[in-house]
Design a protein around this ligand. Structure first.
Ligand code: 13P
Length: 248
């Protein structure tokens, strides 16, 4: 059985002070969670959030990582830096990185390899745009994105990776994939893992849904057999809202 994992992606929201206040409010609300709980604040908030999370069941993640160990990469952070700052997880290849910052399947792969090598759990994002769904390319696309992102990892490493299926048209729009749509595409992603790494590995990989997931729709999504959790944007920015997702 796969342990569900609910992660909050705060994106570019919250100052360090606001971030600390949010997790302070969150901790008592999610202390009995039956799933793994992760928050991914902006990098500048990581120290403040880490200090508040000490001794709680809420884990810390980052929103991006560079693939090089160090060097002339202005504005970037290495996996070792994130690890040293107390991160256990890192989101890689979010559609906003792909759309606005030129992230490619190749760099997503490089970042995933670096994160895993440093002992971080990668949350690798895949998902189609609206026109790709409409033209019938969703399955081909998520298969390609998934296999490319994981290329070069061992079976054992792949089993520990978390994949987030985020249909781009459902992010921040209020549109959610139906429970069945999300389950079906996540099933396709699991088959894409199985095709390269075998069924045993694919059955261990946790695959989240992301895209306007919130308290009012979490139950239906989590009842689907393929869906192992959620990557939550808007609804992770308030303690009460996020706790409703975590305590599904
Ligand atoms: P929303 O939950 O705001 O749609 O964002 C989803 C997301 O992109 C999480 O990474």
């Amino acid at each position: 059985m796969r342990t569900p994992i609910i992660a909050g992606n705060w994106k570019m929201n919250k100052t360090p002070e606001e971030a600390a206040a949010l997790v302070k409010d969150l901790i008592p609300l999610v202390k009995d969670a039956k799933c793994d709980v992760v928050v991914c604040p902006p990098a500048i908030c990581i120290p403040a959030v880490k200090a508040v999370l000490a001794g709680s069941n809420v884990k810390l993640g980052a929103q991006n990582v560079h693939f090089a160990a160090n060097g002339a990469y202005t504005g970037e952070l290495s996996a070792a830096m994130l690890k040293a700052a107390g991160c256990e997880y890192v989101i890689i290849g979010h559609s906003e990185r792909r759309q606005y910052f030129g992230e490619t399947d190749k760099t997503v792969n490089q970042r995933t390899l670096a994160a895993v090598a440093a002992g971080l759990t990668a949350i690798v994002c895949v998902g189609e745009m609206q026109d790709e769904r409409e033209t019938g390319y969703t399955n081909i696309l998520v298969t390609y994105q998934t296999q490319m992102a994981l290329h070069g990892l061992t079976k054992e490493q792949v089993a520990e990776v978390v994949i987030a299926y985020e249909p781009v048209w459902a992010i921040g729009t209020g549109l959610t994939a139906t429970d069945e749509q999300a389950n079906e595409t996540i099933g396709v992603i699991r088959k894409a893992v199985a095709a390269v790494y075998g069924n045993d590995t694919a059955e261990k990989v946790r695959i989240q849904y992301g895209g306007s997931m919130k308290g009012s729709n979490v139950k239906g999504l989590m009842a689907q057999p393929e869906i192992d959790g959620g990557l939550i944007g808007g609804a992770s920015l308030k303690a009460q809202d996020f706790s409703e997702v975590v305590n599904f």
